[in-house]
Write a protein that binds this ligand. Structure first.
Ligand SMILES: [Fe+2]
Length: 418
């Protein structure tokens, strides 16, 4: 059951999420021991979203996902029976890392060290000079599987040898409320990837509230996400599903392209994309926009919804499309951030031009966020402060901190989800 947090305008989102209102500790953002607890209790126990099934377009497709926090390299394949599978990317012979390419097409994988070979269903195919081994049973020497399930076209893995809960149980109420969202143009995305000197939560938090937009993005995004009526970009709505969470963000309905923004005017004046975080035409996105889980209050000042699945995955939906963020921890103060903006294949020159403008504008905005994350980490690492203060519009950050702590303390995943 979706827990909408806006039934009464007099009660804050934070209260409705049953969260405290006091300052929160900063240690989760700089403490090495806390990072290790997150690694063991969260990242090694939660279902982790990797991306879309369309990244494996046909039998024989594969990609490799490095999960530095757990020192795991995961090989994800689509085998000849069309099943998506995940394995530890490690040769059974002497345990060398097996596949070095990031992605590609291959029905077999050959270890470069001694040419042991594997099928893409994980079974061992061949061992050179096999007779010189001792009672080698090929059946015992396949790739080590990793639990892998899909939901609504999203691929998830679980690093527990035997996951304590299924993906369905992990997603809980979010599974049904978010079912059927018609994610569009899933074959084509613009990808940004960077290793950022900041704790993974610093970057995840940066894309989970709009309070910063009128300040940090004053010259870029500010005028489209705030107005005289809502100068601090207060959210329209927030909701939680167990350890997962979502928010609907405000957009300025009266935004006008400034007279001196000649390129933006050229790109958007004849486009109906809803707002400048959109790459597609409004006519094409009605099914997406009308899904009951998207902008659930039906606000006509709606700019974007974000959904944050514990621990490290966001998807965002705007009137003109969707995008995702993965925040992969590397160390306590380093993160590999991957953002994918799904865009239609342009069919007209105008659409192509509009997308170029969209991408260049986006790059400016993302640089503001990522650059700020580095500055955030410097302040946190200084040790000057034991706590930080969160306002109601930052409820998703508070919810994230709360549930990560719950997972850290929980003896079992079922306890963490209870
Ligand atoms: Fe931002």
């Amino acid at each position: 059951m979706i827990e909408v947090l806006t039934d009464s305008p007099n009660i804050s989102f934070t209260e409705r999420a049953h969260l405290g209102q006091g300052p929160v500790p900063t240690a989760p953002y700089w403490s090495q021991s806390h990072f290790e607890l997150e690694r063991d209790q969260v990242f090694k126990r939660a279902w982790l979203c990797l991306g879309r099934v369309e990244q494996l377009p046909q039998p024989g497709s594969f990609f490799v996902q490095e999960i530095e926090v757990a020192k795991v390299s995961a090989l994800i394949t689509r085998d000849k029976s069309d099943q998506i599978r995940a394995f530890h990317n490690v040769c059974s012979h002497r345990n060398r890392k097996l596949v070095m390419e990031e992605r590609g097409e291959a029905t077999t994988f050959v270890c470069a060290y001694h040419n042991w070979s594997y099928r893409n269903d994980g079974s061992l195919l061949g061992v050179p000079d096999r007779r010189n081994f001792f009672d080698l049973d090929l059946k015992d020497c396949g790739l080590t599987p990793i639990a892998c399930e899909t939901w609504e076209g999203w691929i998830f893995i679980n690093l527990q040898r035997e996951p304590e809960v299924t993906l369905d149980e992990f997603l809980g109420a979010a599974k049904d409320d978010l079912a059927g969202i018609p994610f569009m143009h899933t074959n084509s995305f613009v990808e940004y990837e960077a290793v950022v000197d900041a704790n993974w939560k610093v970057i995840a938090d940066a894309f989970a509230e709009t309070y910063h937009i009128p300040a940090l993005h004053a010259k870029s995004l500010g005028p489209t996400f705030s107005s005289k009526a809502n100068p601090f970009s207060r959210p329209l709505d927030a909701r939680t599903w167990g350890p997962h969470r979502g928010m609907s963000c405000y957009g300025n309905p009266d935004y006008q392209i400034p007279d001196n923004a000649a390129v933006e005017r050229l790109a958007y004046s004849s486009a109906k994309t809803g707002n400048t975080l959109s790459a597609d035409d409004l006519d094409a996105t009605s099914d997406l926009r009308n899904h009951p889980a998207i902008n659930p209050t039906g606000a006509d000042t709606w700019a974007v919804d974000l959904v944050w699945l514990l621990p490290h995955f966001h998807f965002h939906v705007s009137p003109g499309g969707f995008w995702t963020h993965h925040f992969w921890p590397i160390s306590v103060n380093q993160t590999r951030w991957v953002a994918r903006f799904y865009v239609p294949e342009p069919t007209t020159i105008r659409q192509r031009f509009q997308q170029e403008q969209f991408i260049s504008r986006l790059t400016d905005i993302l640089l503001e966020d990522v650059g700020n994350s580095i500055t955030m980490q410097q302040g946190l690492d200084s040790g000057a402060k034991d706590v930080m203060y969160l306002q109601d519009g930052e409820v998703l950050i508070r919810h994230s901190i709360h549930h990560l702590q719950k997972w850290i303390e929980a003896a079992s995943v079922r306890d963490a989800l209870a």
